[in-house]
Design a protein around this ligand. Structure first.
Ligand SMILES: NC(=O)c1ccc[n+]([C@@H]2O[C@H](COP(=O)([O-])OP(=O)(O)OC[C@H]3O[C@@H](n4cnc5c(N)ncnc54)[C@H](OP(=O)(O)O)[C@@H]3O)[C@@H](O)[C@H]2O)c1
Length: 264
């Protein structure tokens, strides 16, 4: 695969550095970082031998270029390095919404894979949607992201918008739910500390049960819902008119629309 040149090493780039180092996929010596203000993980990798702001000759040795700047800045980041890269360097972009064809053009026609990752890649529990029309780029992206979680390859680039809305953006939905449940627990009389401990352990335990496989979420839900019980009373609100179904549909549609706008 060759050394990896990371363009942008903020929150997501840093999570990937952690995950790849944890998976022993990448050592600091295999890493070059271009970022005016690298985050903590990137600074640690630089202290251990990763090249910071490599010169053009070093960039020419990169086998893979990870485009990990904010979507609004991707063209500028590409223009700064494109000429220095070798012709067979593969570009892997995690920039939300930006089409592979535009990225390939900006990088002089090089092969491109698009990935929508999640930050749990830092602990080997990421989810990554992958789209690449070029088989070599797809294989490189598979190697990088299968090392830090689950990879789902999409047949059609347009599906990246939906994948972004239900995966890339979705950890924040879950955190927002947890915040609301903790606040509701406190409003119902629990101390904030008690609400926090109970809610967090409940959510992580329920997610761990789901991760063990076996039952799907609907079956797990039925197992803990007695007819006429407390859970059913709450679910009649959450799953009733104006509940999760329409609300999540609206949220996902808003994220899809934003993803399309970022790429336009
Ligand atoms: N965070 C997530 O959960 C997540 C999930 C999926 C996908 N993504 C994608 O990941 C990308 C990065 O997001 P992020 O949250 O990691 O952003 P971030 O924390 O802002 O990190 C981006 C880094 O890129 C640096 N940068 C700016 N211009 C640059 C340039 N021309 N060349 C090299 N580096 C440059 C920034 O430095 P300055 O701070 O000085 O500007 C910053 O340190 C986005 O495209 C986003 O769509 C993020």
């Amino acid at each position: 695969m060759g050394p990896l040149l990371m363009l942008g090493a903020g929150r997501m780039g840093g999570a990937l550095i952690s995950g790849w180092r944890r998976a022993a996929l990448l050592s600091p010596g295999d890493l070059m970082i271009r970022d005016p203000h690298p985050g903590d993980e990137a600074r640690a990798a630089i202290a251990q031998g990763a090249l910071h702001d490599p010169d053009p000759a070093a960039m020419g040795r990169a086998g893979v270029v990870l485009l990990a700047v904010k979507p609004q800045l991707w063209r500028e980041a590409a223009a700064e390095v494109s000429e220095a890269l070798s012709a067979d360097a593969v570009i892997v972009s995690i920039a939300a919404g930006v089409p592979a064809g535009d990225i390939s053009t900006a990088f002089g026609g090089r092969a491109v894979a698009r990935i929508m990752p999640t930050t749990a890649a830092a602990i080997g529990q990421g989810a990554a949607s992958l789209y690449a029309s070029d088989p070599r780029a797809a294989a490189v992206a598979q190697t990088l992201f299968a090392a830090v979680g689950v990879v789902v390859e999409l047949a059609d680039e347009d599906l990246m918008h939906a994948a972004t809305a239900v995966s890339g953006s979705a950890p924040a939905y879950l955190y927002a739910f947890i915040e609301a449940l903790e606040a509701a627990g406190a409003a119902a009389g629990l101390s904030p500390q008690a609400a926090q401990s109970l809610v967090r352990a409940t959510i992580t335990g329920a997610a761990a049960l789901l991760a063990q496989g076996g039952d799907d979420p609907a079956a797990l839900r039925r197992q803990v819902t007695s007819p006429g019980g407390t859970t059913q009373a709450a679910l009649e609100v959450l799953m009733g008119e104006g509940g999760f179904g329409p609300l999540i549909d609206q949220a996902v549609a808003a994220a899809v629309a934003r993803s399309r706008a970022l790429g336009a």
